[in-house]
Design a protein around this ligand. Structure first.
Ligand code: CDP
Ligand code: CDP
Length: 214
């Protein structure tokens, strides 16, 4: 099955572009960031100290985690019976997610679930390490970027309290599967592109590789 990997820093346009791209192609859409956010939400709910990798790993080893693709074609994660969608963008989650995502046991768990989702279906999957670590063998890799100022403005326009620079710094400097441009990835600067412009640019690259809209 085909995996289209879309990586990049916060507010580079990954979610908006990936969702539109998946609809155009008829692929499932997998948001790996929401899985790291859901895990973070659960860890916080249990009152665990997110600076302790051992405590974070311990909290998750006792959790029941299920991932799947919903009827609309989007991924979901259910954790101890709950789908915490509304809580995923909480400022507390924004603040702690990069710490939790740096824990190797968390990355192993989420990466295994992501690979399982792509076992029997075509997917557009967005994140930080999809092209570099989760599906390094896929020939379809993109890295979206935009200037820090524009990304900050985009997040602020969404009304979110989100220190994206601090998050990007932590995500890029962690030991386990850091944010990076994967080997072979096409880098697209979205600073001055509308969303459909980015989707069209991606489709223009995919078409000669045999991936065409329905
Ligand atoms: O939407 P935004 O780009 O702000 O963030 P996200 O994609 O929801 O990801 C939230 C956080 O999850 C990131 O800052 C990373 O710490 C972590 N993440 C990761 O480590 N690896 C991924 N493949 C996806 C997200
Ligand atoms: O998933 P990620 O954090 O990379 O970005 P996003 O949530 O898709 O985009 C963040 C915000 O920037 C959204 O409100 C998008 O509509 C907006 N955006 C934009 O206006 N133009 C782009 N080329 C990319 C994103």
């Amino acid at each position: 099955m085909s995996v289209i990997a879309i990586d990049g820093p916060a507010a580079s346009g990954k979610s908006s572009v990936s969702r539109r791209l998946a609809k155009r192609l008829g692929f499932a859409y997998v948001n790996s960031g929401s899985m790291y956010r859901a895990v973070t939400w659960e860890v916080l709910r249990q009152g665990v100290d997110t600076t302790s990798p051992a405590d974070v790993a311990g909290a998750l080893s006792g959790s029941d985690i299920a991932c799947g693709i919903g009827d609309g074609g989007d991924s979901f994660i259910r954790i101890n019976g709950r789908i915490p969608d509304e809580a995923l963008r909480d400022s507390r989650v924004n603040l702690h997610v990069s710490l939790v995502a740096a824990v190797p046991a968390v990355r192993d768990l989420v990466s295994a679930r992501l690979r399982a989702l792509a076992e029997n279906r075509d997917v557009v999957m967005e994140g930080r390490d999809i092209g570099s670590a989760v599906f390094p063998e896929t020939p379809f890799k993109f890295y979206l970027d935009a200037s820090p100022e524009i990304r900050r403005r985009r997040r602020a326009a969404e009304g979110q309290s989100d220190e994206i620079e601090a998050r990007d710094k932590m995500d890029s400097s962690r030991k386990s599967a850091p944010l990076m441009v994967a080997g072979g990835a096409v880098v697209i600067d979205t600073s001055h592109l509308a969303l459909d412009g980015v989707v069209d640019a991606v489709l223009d690259i995919l078409r000669p590789l045999g991936i065409t809209p329905r």
